[in-house]
Design a protein around this ligand. Structure first.
Ligand SMILES: [Zn+2]
Length: 454
């Protein structure tokens, strides 16, 4: 971060990584919506070189969208921003063979495929375990299994002896092409896998979380956990609730909560196979807890008077929850100071007295953090951005967020309908990831409030 041209570049990079990150809170995550933007990527570059912070920050999301739509996936973009754009390995420094300034690298990023154009073909493989005995007959002719009209490149291969299966697709030898092929392979390969499981029910077929490719440039494609589920807060809420349940007679609400957790578990188990199917499977968990009243009360619903809709719980606790995330971010910075293994990471001095106390008002605390951080050498522009967003989060803005969430939740419901009625869920991968993050947050809020009520 030290060699970036100015503070605006720093906040743009941090915001960019946050938008495309795996662990980002849904409110700050890239939501995968199509932007009707008249701003060209050049405007963002101009805003950075003129150090126009507000303008630049507003342009990052359209920039993410631009790159996402023209090439590649979120994971690829995230990796490219943190390696190529930041140039952590100093491959493009002034003394290197190919010196490129930060703004020149950004220009290259927007030009996309010119970063590297390699027409050589490579394969992306998703191995299926276990190997099949020779006597097992595949229900499909080797090598090609075709699902519908859209997947001409997915094939199931078997070698002559053991018959190891893998789902395979072709890509060009370029990271964006490979990660895009992996996304397609996941979406369509999971359908092939499901059919094989029905045709060969005694084989217990499984696929790994990660994929491999024959490219030396990106040999492993590591899978990611379902968003938000692995977080400390999530584990604590669920564990706390389960421990309470083991000490008492279960109420009807408790039984529903347990059933909802089972759906979360089933969705999580399928996540690495198909993001869109797993995301649609989160709806039943919401439905068990709230019937169909998630973003509005359905006609003649059986909710008790005064029942809080999950979306209202989400909106009314949004500021507190995001504040808590800032707090745990600061805590993690502080923890690193005490961790001698991470000797090179030095957290800012102002950090120590700024951790949120239990009975403290979050907004007062945010102001205190902003004041303490101001003028510090290690000032974190993204922290300031978040604090500004949170302290100015008035009713009008919350209302806008609520409207957007209504559309998001109804899209999740549509995905559930497609899966349950037609057997397919065709959410785009990045959209599925966002909706899963949102659904997990909604579920957590309910589980948390029930654990506290009891
Ligand atoms: Zn209702």
């Amino acid at each position: 971060m030290a060699r970036l041209p100015n503070d605006t570049a720093r906040i743009v990079i941090q915001r960019w990584l946050e938008l495309t990150g795996a662990e980002t809170h849904p409110e700050w995550l890239w939501k995968g919506l199509r932007f009707q933007s008249h701003e060209s990527p050049l405007t963002l570059i101009g805003a950075i070189s003129n150090n126009q912070r507000e303008k630049a920050v507003a342009l990052v999301e359209p920039a993410v969208t631009h790159i996402m739509e023209s090439m590649g996936t979120r994971t690829w973009q995230h990796a490219l921003v943190s390696s190529f754009l930041l140039d952590a390995q100093d491959r493009f420094g002034p003394n290197s063979a190919t010196p490129l300034s930060f703004l020149e690298r950004m220009q290259r990023l927007f030009n996309g495929p010119q970063i590297s154009l390699d027409p050589e073909s490579v394969y992306v493989d998703w191995p299926v375990e276990p190997a099949l005995a020779k006597s097992v007959r595949l229900p499909v002719e080797n090598p090609a299994v075709r699902i519908g009209n859209e997947s001409p490149t997915i094939s199931v291969y078997g070698s002559s002896g053991e018959r190891k299966l893998k789902l395979r697709t072709k890509a060009t030898n370029e990271p964006s092409s490979i990660s895009l092929a992996a996304t397609t392979l996941r979406a369509q390969g999971s359908a092939v896998l499901d059919l094989l499981r029905v045709a060969l029910p005694d084989q217990n077929l499984i696929v790994s979380n990660s994929m491999s490719s024959t490219s030396a440039r990106l040999p492993h494609l590591k899978g990611e956990a379902m968003p938000r589920l692995e977080r400390y807060r999530t584990r604590m809420i669920v564990r706390h609730y389960l421990m309470e349940l083991s000490n008492r007679d279960l109420s009807d609400e408790d039984i529903r909560a347990v059933s909802a957790m089972r759906w979360i578990s089933m969705a999580n188990a399928r996540w690495h196979e198909s993001h869109s199917v797993a995301t649609a499977m989160l709806w039943p968990a919401l439905e068990i807890l709230h019937s169909k009243c998630v973003w509005k009360h359905v006609r003649r619903c059986s909710c008790a008077p005064g029942t809080v809709l999950p979306i209202d719980a989400y909106i009314s606790s949004l500021r507190d929850n995001l504040t808590r995330e800032i707090n745990s971010y600061l805590r993690s910075l502080w923890a690193k100071k005490n961790d001698r293994q991470v000797g090179r990471v030095v957290p800012p001095q102002w950090l120590r007295p700024t951790l949120l106390a239990i009975d403290e008002d979050p907004i007062e605390w945010l102001r205190k953090v902003a004041k303490a951080a101001r003028g510090s050498v290690s000032e974190d522009p993204l922290l300031h951005y978040r604090i500004y967003e949170l302290t100015t989060l008035g009713d009008r803005k919350l209302n806008d967020i609520r409207k957007r969430c209504e559309l998001d939740i109804s899209e999740l419901y549509q995905a559930r309908n497609s899966l349950f009625h037609e057997g397919v869920s065709d959410l785009r991968e990045e959209r599925a990831r966002y909706l899963a993050a949102l659904a997990v947050e909604l579920l957590l809020l309910t589980l948390e409030s029930r654990a506290q009520l009891s």
